[in-house]
Design a protein around this ligand. Structure first.
Ligand code: ADP
Length: 260
């Protein structure tokens, strides 16, 4: 695949065909490199919990121990199994999405009602870490789409904001209408994201070093799923973030056309 066509005269038709061909090869090479990277990342992410479980089980079985030790290992194994299940579920979703097999409803969804509902759920998530989830300005905004998927998208972004906050932090949610779009922003004051990683965080399995040090909870797949859901609704996600200061994720979605 490293073969390239060469042509002396790049302005003639053969020259243009050569350029097109070479561009296609370059794109294929990038795709293959991404697939290789993805397989390597996926194997690594699944091997780590397996290694932990094997190590802990072997150690506890080496000699007789009080029952509490066995319980501790089983509990830890269960956590690793939960993590692996989450990775596999999320990977299955993404591969079905790649194959065009994920169906999305197209119903009117009132974002303000959805956000209110999610805030209640998010407060429970926040309580564990002493993080407050606060509603700021919430304007009515109706979009067309799949309520369950949109719920998953918003919850994922809010869950990240809580997860990457410092203890006793706050997460602010605002929903604003600008022109024909709804802008749902989720702001935290947590660990932040370095500038050069703003694009990569949407790649499968990418996690910043700070995020890995901050929490073991996380698969690196959530934002890839969020980006897919936003795009399936003809929207996108914007990121503003500074390291150590916090991050704002804004979900931008087109409003439903007004009913006649
Ligand atoms: P994870 O399960 O690791 O949270 P995501 O795909 O949801 O995976 O996010 C990818 C990475 O983006 C995270 O590991 C983290 O490095 C970064 N990230 C996402 N949201 C935030 C946030 N609110 N604050 C800081 N970093 C974040």
């Amino acid at each position: 695949l490293t073969q390239r066509l060469t042509s002396e005269r790049s302005t003639d038709e053969i020259g243009r065909l050569t350029d097109t061909f070479n561009n296609m090869i370059a794109r294929l090479e990038t795709s293959f490199a991404q697939i290789r990277q993805f397989s390597s990342d996926a194997s690594h992410e699944l091997r780590t919990p397996l290694t932990v479980m094997k190590g802990e089980s072997e150690l506890v079985l080496r000699r007789p121990r009080p029952v509490e030790d066995y319980i501790a290992v089983l509990e830890s194994n269960l956590e690793e199994i939960d993590r692996m299940s989450r990775i596999v579920e999320e990977l299955l979703f993404l591969s079905r999405a790649d194959l065009g097999q994920v169906k999305t409803e197209c119903e009117p969804v009132r974002l303000e009602a959805l956000v209110e509902d999610i805030q209640r759920q998010a407060c429970l998530l926040g309580q564990e870490r002493g993080v407050d989830v606060i509603m700021g300005t919430i304007q009515p905004a109706t979009v067309r789409g799949d309520e369950l998927r949109l719920r998953e998208l918003i919850l994922n972004i809010v869950d990240n904001a809580v997860k990457y906050s410092y203890p006793q932090g706050t997460v602010d949610i605002d929903l604003l209408v600008e022109g024909r779009t709804a802008r749902l922003s989720v702001r935290d004051h947590g660990i932040g994201i370095p500038q050069d990683a703003h694009k990569q965080i949407f790649d499968r399995f990418f996690r910043t070093d700070d995020a890995r040090a901050h929490t073991k909870k996380g698969t690196g797949l959530g934002l890839a799923i969020c980006a897919w859901i936003a795009e399936a609704h003809h929207g996108h996600i914007e990121v503003q973030s500074e390291i150590g200061q916090g991050s704002t994720f804004t979900i931008v979605l087109p409003l439903a056309p007004p009913t006649a």
